[in-house]
Design a protein around this ligand. Structure first.
Ligand SMILES: O=C(O)C(=O)C[C@]1(C(=O)O)C=C[C@@H](O)C=C1
Length: 140
């Protein structure tokens, strides 16, 4: 059953103009800030959808690894991913150290999900074929 958290506004009631600065800043400055924030909101929404797609893909990897009893982590793959992402970050004028930290954070979460999938798989006697939902790997 879906639980609703009534303490938090849902996305329909999102107020893009919400700010602790309202009333304390020159209206022209506030207008410019809100305009820039509208781009930030679009980027954040895109990031959420991108991350959801990435986790859908890694969930498939998790099922595959569990079915074939492969280890959750693949350090060789991670080394290559990090080196590539650091190069991309430099090209994009993003701090490579931040890019590495961000990727490591995501991969850490993916490995946690893989381990949960493997546990479910083993608890089912190694017979689950990946069609059943694992315990809750898509929630942090
Ligand atoms: O490609 C894999 O083998 C994965 O499990 C995915 C992934 C990733 O999130 O990119 C996660 C863990 C591994 O250590 C390497 C990569």
């Amino acid at each position: 059953m879906t639980e609703l958290n009534h303490d938090l506004p849902d996305t329909d009631s999102y107020n893009p103009a919400a700010s602790s600065l309202a009333g304390h800043v020159d209206p022209a400055v506030m207008a410019e800030l809100l305009s820039i924030r509208s781009s930030i909101d679009n980027i954040d929404a895109t990031l959420v959808y991108l991350l959801a797609e990435r986790f859908k893909a890694t969930q498939k990897v998790g099922f595959l690894k569990a079915a074939h009893r492969l280890p959750a982590g693949d350090p060789g793959r991670e080394t290559a991913q990090i080196a590539r992402l650091r190069r991309l970050a430099e090209d994009a004028q993003l701090d490579p150290a931040f890019a590495e930290k961000f990727l490591n954070f995501i991969i850490g979460e993916v490995i946690r999900h893989h381990e949960a999938i493997a546990e479910d798989h083993n608890a089912a006697g190694g017979t689950s074929n990946g069609t059943a939902s694992p315990t809750a790997p898509l929630t942090a």
